[in-house]
Write a protein that binds this ligand. Sequence first.
Ligand code: AMP
Ligand code: GLY
Length: 425
Amino acid sequence: MTAKHSILILGSGGREHALAWKIAQSPLLKDLHITPGNGGTESLATQVSIAVNDFEAIANYCILHTIDIILVGPEDPLVNGIADYFAEKHPDIYIFGPNQIAAQLEGSKDFSKQFMQRHNIPTAKYETFTKGEENKAFDFLETMQAPYVLKADGLAAGKGVLIISDLEEAKRNVNEMLDGKFGAASEKLVIEEFLDGIEVSYFAMCDGTGFTLLPEAKDYKRIGEGDTGLNTGGMGAVSPVPFAQGAFTQKVIDQVIQPTVEGLKQDGINYVGFLFFGLIKVNNEPMVIEYNCRMGDPETEVVLPRLKSDLLEAILLAREMRINSYQMDISNQTASTVIAVSGGYPEAYEKGKIIQLPEVSHKRIIFHAGTKKVENKTQTSGGRVLAFTGLGENINEALSNSFQMAEQTSFEGMYYRTDIGKDLQ
Ligand code: AMP
Ligand code: GLY
């Protein structure tokens, strides 16, 4: 494999900076492009400003720059059918991401629950309801125990899951959701059993015929210390996850990942791309909470730094439908990432604050998320601003590297959780 490749990455978060950072290290890379990117990716890639859902403009750009592979970061263009668009109009350009039907594993909770049920993949008991079925939904709630888990069927920017302890409040929310609380996303409502356990995520790269496994990770979703307050996109992550090793990982492969990949094939769904398994470990058994049709953010910022293998080489093998034979070489080091956010996030926050950044090294990596460069200065431009990824021989060393970078960074209103990873120490 001596031919070199021109790659376009879609997206603008810490995940996409980490993808760009990893791909940029590949000897198989000719040139790297990103849209829209952020203040951290412009030193790694040619940065353009095309909307990730403007498939025609993306195609024109790819033709102009002889790009042969597109790596899709976020779910939106996947759920909107970017892979189908290119398969039909520009089949020479390989999209590493699932087509529209396959992306329904993330795009529709009802679709993914039906899929899991059909293929005996362990998940919480559930039922789906639509407008007019409110009374049936109340009856179902009455058969369940608190807390009640209500999920909008469609994509709702990470806000579509409600966990409610009071039955009457749960019923009120059934009405509100079916009345369009989350717009079209909650025209269908999934009610499921609450699972009590600890969360961990696994990631696979799939090529339609098989898969290879990436390192697992645990993320920290709430804004406040001790997992309190509002849900966010993710405030930090750690990999490896000490409670998800050996025999448990084997169960995840045998009971979840393998049956998912086989189930997709049986259903005639060609799944290409990253596949994210959001799990809860209940009584030492894996249960699936959700699938995502992409990598996680901030999980990518701890998964990729542990990967010794060449990610581009793996993607090229996927293009040849040979990913099954690829054994990822994974470092024994621990990686942690701590996210610095704008004051006020996940609610309203200000942008345009100048950021002072510290020195980095091979054990201290900063991935940018909501940043942009203005006249050579880095400014905040989003809620999640920076990911401080520390590496170490153990979790203490990794976290100490993450937190030292956080302490040496400043912008007005900067906030980060100081308890990331402490439960695993
Ligand atoms: P989801 O968007 O489906 O990943 O749900 C968001 C978050 O809600 C998950 O990361 C869990 O923390 C929580 N959650 C979702 N479903 C359940 C469940 N059945 N039992 C307990 N917690 C859940
Ligand atoms: N960190 C969770 C996600 O990317 O969905």
